[in-house]
Design a protein around this ligand. Structure first.
Ligand code: ADP
Ligand code: MG
Length: 489
C-alpha cells in the first residue's frame, strides 16, 4: 500500500499556481492531510481554525476540489478537523485578514481564548488527530435514538456504560446487520460522556481508520507513538471492528492497546456486523477479549418497531403525514432504519416540490411504488395500501441522487434545476434523469416536474443519451458507478 499522504504536497503545489501567494500562505499552507476514508472518497484534513474551514469553503471551494481531484481523483467529500493547537497567527498575513468578521470567527480571537499551554507538538504524527479532536458527530445522541423492542437491550446497556464508565460492561460489544443503529448508539455513548465529563479523552473511530493510521505509523517508523497515543485515551469507541479481519499486525497492536486500556479501567466500546465468534480472520485471543464484558445485538425490526421509528422521525422532521400514512409506510418490510430514512427523505423531497397542496395518499403511493424497482415484487392488491406490502427498499432517493451527482461534478442543485446548457451541467442533469428513471422507476413527466419543470420529451431524450453513453463512454460509466456507490454509503 502506498503512502496516501505523499501526494498532498503536490496538491498544495497545484494550489500555489492557482491562487495568489498571500492567499496561499494565509489559507492553504497550514492545511494538513489527516487521512483518506470511505474507500478514498473522503479526505480528512486538519485546519487551524473554524474560520479557515469556512473561508476555504466560501472562497476557494471549486479550485480546492479540483486541485485535490488531480491527485486524489475519487475524493468527492472534504471533511475538516479543527486543530486549534497548530495555529500560527503571526504567519497569517494581515492583508487577507482585513475582512468583515465577527470576533468569534476571527482566528486571532480564537488564539486569545485558546489555552496557551496547548503548545504545538512538532512530534505529533500528522495522521493522528489532535487530542482535542474526538471525531464524534453531535447528531448521534441517546435523545435522537428511538428505543424499540429490537434495540432495547443494546440501548439500556449503552446507557449503563455511561453511568459506570469502565466498570459495568467493559468492553461493550454491539453487533447487528447494517443500518440498525450501531454507529448511532456507539457515538451516543461518546457524546453523553463528553457532556458529563468534557475533560476526558474520548476517541471515536471506524476500525478502518485505525488500520490506516497504523500503516502510516509503520511507514514512518513510529509505532510506539501510535501506541502511546491510544494508551492515553479514556473512552475508546471503535466502529465496525470486523474490518480488522485478516490484518494480523494491526490486530496485534489493537490487542496490546485493548489490554492496557482495560487494565486501567478505561471504557472500550466496539461494534461489528456480526458476533465476535462469527468474525472470520480475527485471532482467538481478541475474540475472547471481545466477549469478556457484554455482548449484545440489535435484531431486525417488526411492524411495531418500524412504526415507532417512523412516528418519531415524522415528528422531528415536522412532516405533515397522517397516522394512517405513517402506518402504511411501516408496512413496508424494510430491512433497517436507513431504508426508513430513505422513504421519509423521498416524502420530504416530494413535499418540497409540491408546495401548493397537501401530501396526498396518491403521493405516498407513487413514492412507495419507487421501491418496487428491480425486485420481483408480486403485487398483492393495488392502490394505496397494496404497494406497501412485500416491497424491498433500496435506500436510493431523489435527493441522494441529486446530492451525489452535484458533489461529483462540483455543481449546485440550482445548476441542475436551472436552464444552463453548459456541457457538464447538461451531462450531470441527464445522468440524474437517467438515475431517476432506472433506479427510482419514476415516469418521464414526474422526473421533468421534479427537475425544474421540464418537458417529458426533454427527459426522455436525456435518458436515451445516457443509456447510450453508459455503454460507450467509460467516463460516463464511471460517474454513474461512483454516484451509485456514494448513495449506498
Ligand atoms: P449501522 O451503524 O448499524 O449501520 P447507523 O447507526 O448508521 O447504522 O444507522 C443508520 C441510520 O439510521 C442513521 O441515520 C441513524 O441515525 C438511524 N437510526 C438507526 N437506529 C435508529 C434508532 N433506533 N432511532 C433513530 N434513528 C436510528
Ligand atoms: Mg455503522
Amino acid at each position: 500500500m502506498s503512502v496516501v499522504s505523499e501526494y498532498w504536497p503536490l496538491v498544495l503545489e497545484t494550489l500555489k499556481s492557482k491562487v495568489s501567494e498571500s492567499n496561499y500562505r494565509a489559507w492553504f499552507a497550514k492545511v494538513e492531510f489527516v487521512s483518506l476514508d470511505n474507500q478514498g472518497r473522503k479526505v480528512i484534513l486538519s485546519v487551524p481554525s473554524a474560520f479557515h474551514k469556512k473561508y476555504i469553503e466560501n472562497k476557494f471551494k471549486k479550485v480546492f476540489q479540483e486541485s485535490i481531484n488531480k491527485y486524489y481523483p475519487q475524493v468527492i467529500h472534504i471533511d475538516y478537523r479543527i486543530d486549534v493547537q497548530s495555529l500560527h497567527v503571526e504567519e497569517v498575513s494581515q492583508d487577507v485578514l482585513n475582512l468583515d468578521l465577527k470576533e468569534s470567527e476571527h482566528p486571532i480571537a480564537e488564539k486569545k481564548s485558546t489555552n496557551t499551554s496547548n503548545k504545538v507538538d512538532e512530534n505529533h504524527p500528522k495522521y493522528l488527530p489532535a487530542k482535542s479532536i474526538n471525531s464524534l458527530n453531535p447528531k448521534y445522541t441517546f435523545d435522537s435514538f428511538v428505543v424499540t423492542k429490537n434495540n432495547e437491550m443494546a440501548a439500556n446497556v449503552a446507557g449503563g456504560v455511561v453511568q459506570e464508565l469502565g466498570k459495568l460492561y467493559n468492553p461493550l460489544f454491539v453487533y447487528s446487520k447494517v443500518g440498525l443503529g450501531k454507529t448511532h448508539l456507539i457515538q451516543s455513548v461518546g457524546n453523553k460522556v463528553l457532556e458529563n465529563q468534557p475533560n476526558l479523552n474520548i476517541k471515536y473511530l471506524p476500525a478502518e481508520t485505525f488500520v490506516n493510521q497504523f500503516i502510516l505509523s509503520l511507514q514512518n517508523r513510529e509505532t510506539s507513538k501510535f501506541r502511546d497515543y491510544y494508551k492515553d485515551v479514556d473512552v475508546l469507541l471503535v466502529d465496525d471492528i470486523q474490518f480488522l479481519a485478516g490484518k494480523e499486525s494491526t490486530q496485534e497492536q489493537f490487542f496490546h492497546i485493548f489490554n492496557e486500556l482495560q487494565q486501567a479501567n478505561k471504557q472500550i466500546v466496539i461494534t461489528s456486523d456480526r458476533s465476535p465468534q462469527e468474525i472470520v480472520g480475527i485471532e482467538d485471543r481478541l475474540v475472547s477479549r471481545f466477549s469478556m464484558g457484554m455482548v449484545v445485538d440489535i435484531s431486525g425490526m417488526d411492524l411495531e418497531d418500524r412504526l415507532a421509528i417512523i412516528e418519531d422521525k415524522i415528528l422531528r422532521a415536522k412532516l405533515p403525514l397522517t397516522t394512517e400514512q405513517a402506518r402504511v409506510i411501516a408496512e413496508v418490510k424494510v430491512a433497517n432504519v436507513r431504508e426508513i430514512e430513505g422513504i421519509l427523505n423521498k416524502v420530504k423531497a416530494r413535499i418540497s416540490f409540491l408546495p401548493n397542496r397537501n401530501f396526498s395518499d396518491e403521493d405516498l403511493e407513487i413514492i412507495l411504488q419507487g421501491f418496487v424497482a428491480n425486485t420481483d415484487f408480486a403485487r398483492v392488491g393495488t392502490g394505496f395500501r397494496g404497494v406497501a406490502q412485500n416491497i424491498k427498499a433500496s435506500g436510493t432517493t431523489p435527493e441522494r441522487i441529486i446530492d451525489a451527482v452535484c458533489k461529483l461534478f462540483t455543481l449546485q442543485k440550482s445548476d441542475i434545476l436551472g436552464s444552463s446548457r453548459q456541457k457538464d451541467i447538461s451531462l450531470a442533469r441527464q445522468i440524474i434523469f437517467w438515475l431517476y428513471k432506472n433506479d427510482l422507476d419514476l415516469s418521464y413527466p414526474v422526473i421533468g416536474k421534479m427537475l425544474g419543470d421540464r418537458d417529458h420529451s426533454t427527459v426522455m431524450h436525456g435518458c436515451r443519451k445516457i443509456e447510450e453513453l453508459s455503454r460507450t463512454d467509460l467516463k460516463v460509466k464511471q460517474k454513474i458507478e461512483l454516484t451509485r456507490q456514494n448513495i449506498q454509503n
